[in-house]
Design a protein around this ligand. Structure first.
Ligand SMILES: *Cc1c(COP(=O)(O)O)cnc(C)c1O
Length: 419
């Protein structure tokens, strides 16, 4: 259970994971060359390694790699030292712990940062932001990727097997998407879309239309993801829908203690009621990986509207690209590296390095969201199907070929593990 229980329970979990984890691997006779900490949750493992290495920090650093996955402060576990003392007892010198884990409270992220030889963020922009967040630490980046075979639907797997054999073990081969005929790309997409619409019908009773431009938005329901952004101007949304029909599919669960996230789901249902009989909108409950696979292959456009710079990477858009689904997203996280405007998809709002006031950014995001739907996305989908399929093909050949875990793992091996 990643997010559960109280602070005391949480620290106990992290003691089991970090200290217990090292001991368990040892008991099983594994010879560990490198420990890779993803977030600070497991960083108590550094204490166990310090203990085994006579408190020699340099030796521990040689064994440790740390990847930070979020710029959201609230995600960094911090524990009061009296609680740490009580649970860890006298087994570990608290002054050493304070040297690496912070003076006032035990900061698990800081502990990992201070005792790892290699630290990275999960995209270039997240690296830059993390360098500001943790001054004095050398932070590199390895941009995330998704597992290509897992996140490619059956119909595109078959298509890739036919035209790009070997793609699953060497996803960079997807760059050779060119020879696949447009017709076959479109047919594979329609099959995935039909599957999704059947699934939605079964789950909600709502019948969506296969020929209507379908936008998908599915992620953890939490405030910075701004799932309600597209409802900022209902009149404009109605007007768009009159020009060229639109339908929207939402999914996402909120953390039980995330009031903002729960409120956002409520608001979406509220907007759905207001737009009833005008714009078809469904909200799917119990978002999980199986549903994510259906959604990221079955919609036409994958929408993402996080509040920059809070999306460290984002991965669902990479899943979408593997299925020829086109991304329409705020320039944050991975999309800064993946977006070639009008070629691989479309950007919402200005790039992060453009010096603008926050309110001007917010204004330009909304402007792009509605204008690009009206003048680019809807007309291309309905009137220039050839150009649309060309962009689907670019999603595969210029996005999926790179944003996959094969490339990511090669980089971890050469830049972090073999360091
Ligand atoms: C891929 C996935 C996510 C992460 O998506 P993001 O775009 O990174 O927010 C979250 N939940 C499920 C079930 C997923 O499959």
């Amino acid at each position: 259970m990643l997010y559960g229980g109280d602070e005391r329970y949480r620290l106990k979990q992290e003691i089991v994971l970090g200290i217990g984890g090292v001991r368990m691997l040892e008991a099983l006779d594994f010879k560990i060359a490198k420990y890779h900490m993803n977030e600070g949750h497991s960083s108590l493992l550094t204490l166990e390694l310090l203990r085994k290495n006579n408190i020699n920090a340099d030796e521990v650093k040689d064994l440790c790699i740390f990847t930070t996955h979020t710029p959201v402060e609230a995600a960094f576990d911090k524990f009061p030292y009296d609680l740490v003392n009580e649970l860890l007892g006298e087994r570990f010198p608290i002054d050493v712990l304070k040297e690496y884990g912070g003076r006032d409270r035990l900061n698990m992220t800081l502990l990992a940062l201070n005792l790892s030889k290699y630290t990275n963020g999960v995209t270039k922009t997240h690296m830059e932001y993390s360098r500001k967040l943790f001054p004095g630490h050398l932070i590199m980046s390895v941009t995330n990727g998704v597992h290509s075979y897992t996140w490619t639907c059956q119909y595109f797997r078959e298509l890739f097997d036919k035209y790009i054999p070997g793609w699953a073990n060497e996803p960079e081969l997807l760059v050779r998407v060119g020879p696949i005929p447009d017709k076959e790309i479109w047919e594979a997409h329609l099959k995935a879309k039909r599957d999704l619409l059947e699934f939605i019908k079964k789950r909600t009773g709502v019948e969506l239309d296969i020929n209507t431009l379908t936008l998908g938005f599915a992620r953890r329901a939490t405030a910075y993801k701004r799932a309600t952004l597209i409802f900022s101007d209902l009149e404009r949304l109605r007007e768009l829908n009159r020009r060229g029909r639109l339908q929207l599919v939402f999914a996402g669960k909120a953390h039980p203690r995330d009031t903002g996230g729960k409120l956002m789901i409520k608001e979406i249902h509220n907007y759905m009621a207001q737009l009833k009989d005008e714009v078809k909108i469904v909200y799917l409950e119990n978002y999980n990986m199986e549903m994510a696979a259906r959604l990221t292959s079955g919609v036409d456009v994958w929408l993402n509207t996080p509040l920059p710079p809070l999306e460290a990477s984002g991965t669902s858009g990479m899943k979408a690209a593997h299925n020829g689904v086109i991304n329409f997203s705020v320039l944050d996280g991975w999309w800064i590296e993946g977006c070639v405007e009008g070629v691989t998809g479309w950007a919402i709002g200005p790039p992060p390095d453009e010096p603008l006031e926050e309110h001007e950014r917010r204004r330009r995001e909304l402007r792009d969201l509605y204008n690009k739907l009206e003048y680019l996305i809807i007309p291309t989908f309905y009137e220039r199907r050839d150009r649309w399929i060309n962009m689907m093909s670019n999603s595969i050949g210029k996005v999926a070929y790179y944003f996959n875990s094969h490339r990511m793992m090669r980089r971890y091996v050469t830049e972090a593990y073999l360091l």
